[in-house]
Design a binder for this molecule. Sequence first.
Ligand code: N0T
Length: 535
Amino acid sequence: TATLFAAGASATDLPRLVERDGRHALLVDGKPFLILGAQAHNSSNYPAGLKPVWDAANDLKANTVLMPVAWEQVEAVEGRFDFSFVDTLVKQARQQKKKLVILWFGTWKNTSAQYTPEWVKLNPKRFPAMLDKDGKPSYCLSPFGTETLKADKKAFVAFMTHLKKIDATERTVLMVQVENEVGTYGLVRDYGAQAQAAFEQPVPAAVLARQKPKAAASGTWREVYGDYADEYFHAWAIARYIGDIAQAGRAVYDLPMYVNNALRNPLEQPPKPWNKDFASGGPTWDVIDIYKAAAPAIDIVSPDIYAPESDQVNANLRLFGRPDNALWIPEIGTKPAYGRMLYAMLGRGAIGVSPFGIDYFNYTNHPLGATATDKTLVEPFERVYRMFAPIQRQWAQWAFDGKTQGVGEGDDRKPQQLDFPGWTAKLTYRLGRFGEAAWGGEFAKPTPGTEEPNGGAAIAQIAPDEFIIIGNRVRVRMEPAEGTKGMMLRAEQGRFDAQGRWVMERVWNGDQVDYGLNLPAEPMMLKVKMGRPAQ
Ligand code: N0T
């Protein structure tokens, strides 16, 4: 793999996404990069809002900050652009040694028009809303508003042009999110004249080729997709709109671009037709193919995870991480329960993750996130970031090579298993030093501190018989794959130094390895050597 990125890669190469064997990497300076992100609160996109963001991001040990830039802020007066905040943001990010992901809050922010400039808000004739069946305007701007599209695109292109001007040599900005959590609540699609006319047209071939027809192989949206026609059509209309904006921006400055999604329930299988239960037309997992077909300039459809139940989180990781869609989690709630799920995300080869509201601004989005606005806010995430930060590039490379896996403790507290070529990792939770329930008394009781699930591990197979294990509050037992013989030979606790060399701090044996590797409350990094007896 050393040669893979050698050709032509230099420090000023554009960040870009690559795929190999169904796995993904974000290449920065030609090498895989792991985004250990921190997303600011929504209204922190002003110079005075930045310090509490840097402070929190630094406490978290994040390498990247996700920050909105709003249409209302850069084009308050039509045609007059002001990118002074972008200048301040990029300059301070460099001082703070942080990369940036910029979120373009334009036509839609959580589906609404609240971030559009006043001249857009006050001119519904020129910038029309979606209409319901009775012709009543919705709160949501229509994806068929040709003037809206033109105006948003013009502002976005101006923004990307500016970004190129200030960042083409340093590349502080890694990616751009186009709009935020799009779709429409309460209305399945636009019933305006233009929308209706398009709805009655045949489904475009590009969509047919990707999104499996349900009723007929071709025809109108209703004919092909039956009860799903309205929401699929709306997804197509919005995706096309965003894809158009993204494409125009990339023509100027070709950064990776993505959309984020306020999720539908991933456990509803098969997904039922829309019933006001999520934002119709948003990039939910079941319409990823429509987004791919209608918005080829969008690289990734990504989940914003605000349901902390482990089966919800795992289902979303499975549904959004695909050979044609890199796993990238631009938002997770800051409730401590999400902390352990970072092991699952990074183990599964995500290009990155970012808790939302890593910001000491005096505001909390509880119950989506934590109530804390001080250092305790970042602790559940810092604990894991701390372990990955020193090996971020190495981990991204291992993940891209398919060598990593990971899990967070399930809400059911049950054992889990990760299968690697030749070896199996068995993970158990809530165990004390011995975990021998049969001995009774204290032995039968779970370890204090494990009342709530808070364990997990991420494991990389760095050689056929060698593993790096990062985890906490878990017992990891490495075993030979079924039908083979083998054993653990040596477990070293340690770390990698700045040159990427392993520094052994102690050898684990005795109590620390009885019944398995007993990873304590605070995360540890172990290098484990396995072996097979001579035949
Ligand atoms: C998020 C954030 C911010 C199971 C909420 C989450 C951010 C946006 N929206 O603080 O507004 O800009 O992307 C929506 C969560 C839906 C509720 C799910 C309950």
